[in-house]
Design a protein around this ligand. Structure first.
Ligand code: AMP
Ligand code: ZN
Length: 469
């Protein structure tokens, strides 16, 4: 499998540190509001990656954090804790906020067919591990206490700028709004806040430096180490994490490793989904959620299909028009799947042509997860007249294990009593030539149940074009 490694800015052959096993760490949500559909793009990419690794035969251990404390309004050290801001906004405790939005996140993830990580680690449940990590950094001289806060001393980690190719004399050092006179250098970053400059902070813990709360970056380093050991095979996130969050994670983690050793072998980052040419900011509060898409009649898996029509490293400009097109294509794919005749056929593709298509599909996926190419191959399979229907179904079934589009879910699923009733009512409306009513019922079936009715000379037939939700 070839993957693009942000650390080297090149495509590399993936080789895990221990044969057959993959330690995968993905930065999780900050649970102070709903994930927006941009965030979800990153999680869908990570899900496809995990599924592909599993399909390649690796035993994957997937760890994701849930940030429920410490993420300030800027990714660096300025602003208030996002959880506190949300608590004040919604008049609830930060704990309630965290619980509510974490549940919402996993509900959305499930709707999108995203597999749950093997370990979900909440920051607030790992404060002792973070404190122990900071103590080690202090003992080794990589961190210092100042006015009750603890900072990482960037000057002690000379390759700090390498990962993100930062210009250390550039913007970050001179950002006046973020100026903190407790820091020796403005490029240093917080590991622990005690003499909190945020007097409203409700979430606090005792520490050797006073009562306070951890910085955001230390949580990922501490939890990754706890659940995946000293080193990771793959670490993922969105591209925005490259210059601050992941740069800081590397500095912390590699400071504990023997000199010059690399903490993460492969870094993978998803490009942004943008709306109106801007990056989509959750904190702006006007961002699009998956629930909003569903309200507008979009099936969650149609959104997943839409995402897969773009390579994860391409910036994707969101539009409802493009999403609608993708939704139609997805519906067509499901329709084609259901029109495949003949019995189920177990095992691997039997014809030479089928084997060639499978080969092409897995090659595309193995080429840095080229999902647009993979989808077009899936379409070619469906349209290839040389293949028998059961073999097509079989091939698509295999592809779907990484695409996660529930392509077989709709197949052969009978109508529920309610759906049967709607189909019959529509038929009755047609017989009495009540076109308004029959059109209305057709729309209800299509939009609420994902069932498309076709009228033929021999009566009406139906097909599911969306998995039952
Ligand atoms: P957050 O909850 O803000 O920490 O972000 C969760 C994940 O979404 C991180 O991996 C971010 O890098 C990623 N992310 C944030 N905004 C976008 C966006 N517009 N498009 C794609 N990924 C994003
Ligand atoms: Zn992280």
């Amino acid at each position: 499998m070839q993957i693009y490694n942000t650390a080297t800015r090149s495509l590399e052959t993936f080789i895990p540190a221990i044969a057959g096993k993959v330690g995968l760490y993905t930065c999780g949500p900050t649970v102070y509001s709903y994930a927006h559909i941009g965030n979800l793009r990153t999680y869908v990419f990570e899900d496809v990656l995990r599924r592909m690794l599993a399909r390649e035969g690796y035993a994957v251990r997937h760890v994701m954090n849930v940030t429920d404390v410490g993420h300030l309004q800027s990714d660096a050290d300025s602003g208030d804790d996002k959880m506190m801001v949300a608590a004040l906004r919604e008049q609830r405790s930060p704990w309630e906020i965290a619980q509510f939005y974490e549940a919402a996140f996993f509900r959305h993830a499930e709707m999108l067919g995203i597999m749950r990580p093997h370990v979900v680690a909440r920051a607030t449940e790992h404060i002792p591990e973070m404190i122990a990590f900071v103590e080690k950094l202090m003992a080794l001289g990589f961190a210092y206490e100042s006015g009750g806060n603890v900072y990482f001393d960037v000057s002690k980690f000379p390759r700090y700028a390498d990962f993100a190719r930062l210009d250390m004399k550039g913007a970050r050092a001179t950002d006046r709004a973020a100026f903190d006179d407790l820091k020796r250098s403005q490029v240093d970053f917080a590991l622990w806040f005690s003499q909190s400059k945020f007097p409203n902070q409700i979430m606090q813990w005792d520490s050797p430096w006073g009562r306070g709360f951890p910085g955001w970056h230390i949580e990922c380093s501490a939890m990754a180490m706890k659940y995946l050991g000293e080193k990771l095979d793959i670490h993922c996130g969105g591209v925005d994490h490259i210059p601050v969050h992941h740069t800081n994670e590397i500095a912390q983690s590699e400071s504990l490793l023997p000199d010059g050793e690399t903490w993460v072998n492969y870094w993978m980052h998803a490009a942004f989904l943008t709306l109106d040419q801007e990056k989509m900011a959750k904190s702006r509060g006007d961002s699009l959620t998956l629930d909003r898409l569903v309200e507008k009649g979009v099936h969650p898996l149609a959104y997943r299909y839409f995402l897969l029509t773009f390579h994860y490293r391409t910036t994707l400009r969101f539009s409802f028009e493009a999403l609608e097109e993708a939704g139609k294509a997805y519906g067509n794919m499901l329709e084609k799947m259901q029109r495949l005749q003949g019995p189920d056929q177990g095992g691997f593709p039997q014809s030479r042509i089928g084997a060639e298509w499978a080969e092409a599909f897995w090659q595309a996926m193995g080429n840095d997860l080229n999902t647009p190419r993979a989808l077009s191959i899936a379409w070619s399979v469906l349209g290839d007249e040389r293949l028998a229907d059961p073999e097509k179904r079989n091939l698509l079934h295999g592809f779907d294990q990484v695409l996660g589009l529930n392509l077989l879910d709709a197949v052969g699923k009978a109508l529920s009593a309610e759906e049967r009733d709607l189909v019959d009512q529509r038929q009755a409306a047609r017989l009495r030539k009540d076109w308004v009513e029959s059109d209305r019922l057709r729309d209800v079936l299509l939009h609420q149940h994902g069932i498309k009715v076709n009228d033929t000379s021999s009566g009406a037939s139906w097909v599911r074009i969306l998995p039952a939700s």
